[in-house]
Design a protein. Structure first.
Length: 202
């Protein structure tokens, strides 16, 4: 885990903007070794953005944690916000949660060249002008999907909708973060934790 691949400033600004005072940091097992680095970077950023911010930050982890959001340990220290560094998008919603992606390396060109042969057979072999392709990924590679989508759309000759990308739920979208979970029954479906319009399947 490279600390430069974590959007610490965006997390700090959410904490300040929403006036959270007690924050639990949780880490998927593979990132736990860097928890002190992340804690220090977040504390430093909060101090730079709002001196005297009064935010208490805790690292909560135990041997049964794994990679899932743990509301219970956060409740034990009275947290009003959880920040998970990992890719689990299944918060119970009892405590507002930020799911912070740790951007892992992704070679966009290699992805496209791996996907394209099967996609070309499927699209061009079916004789249909209408094609719908949905790209999904785990959270840590999500940042690369728009680039993959753009390159695949350049290759497609369909006249209708081309390649689409599932959208991040509000808990993982640091540019439009909301403490409210994704509302069900609003014309969308969750697929692999990402939001897909119901019309996509029609």
């Amino acid at each position: 885990m490279d600390i430069r691949n974590v959007e610490v400033l965006k997390i700090a600004l959410i904490i300040i903007d929403k006036c959270y005072k007690t924050v639990a940091l949780q880490f998927a097992d593979e990132y736990l070794a860097r928890c002190v680095d992340v804690y220090t970077a977040l504390q430093t950023t909060l101090n730079e953005q709002r001196p005297g911010h009064g935010v208490s930050i805790f690292i909560t982890a135990d041997s049964t944690y794994g990679s899932s959001i743990d509301d219970v340990s956060a409740m034990h220290v009275g947290c009003d916000l959880i920040v998970l560094f990992g890719s689990d998008l299944s918060s119970s919603g009892t405590i507002p949660t930020i799911v912070a992606a740790v951007k892992e390396p992704c070679a966009v060109g290699v992805c496209v060249e791996s996907i394209w042969p099967e996609l070309a057979k499927s699209v061009h072999g079916g004789g249909s002008e209408k094609c719908k392709v949905l790209l999904l990924s785990d959270l840590n590679h999500y940042y690369a999907l728009p680039g993959v989508m753009a390159l695949l759309n350049e290759k497609l000759t369909c006249t209708k909708q081309h390649v689409s990308v599932g959208r991040l739920p509000s808990s993982a979208d640091l540019d439009a973060w909301s403490a409210q979970p994704h509302p069900q029954g609003s014309g969308t479906t969750l697929v692999g934790g990402l939001i897909v319009d119901d019309s996509f399947a029609q």
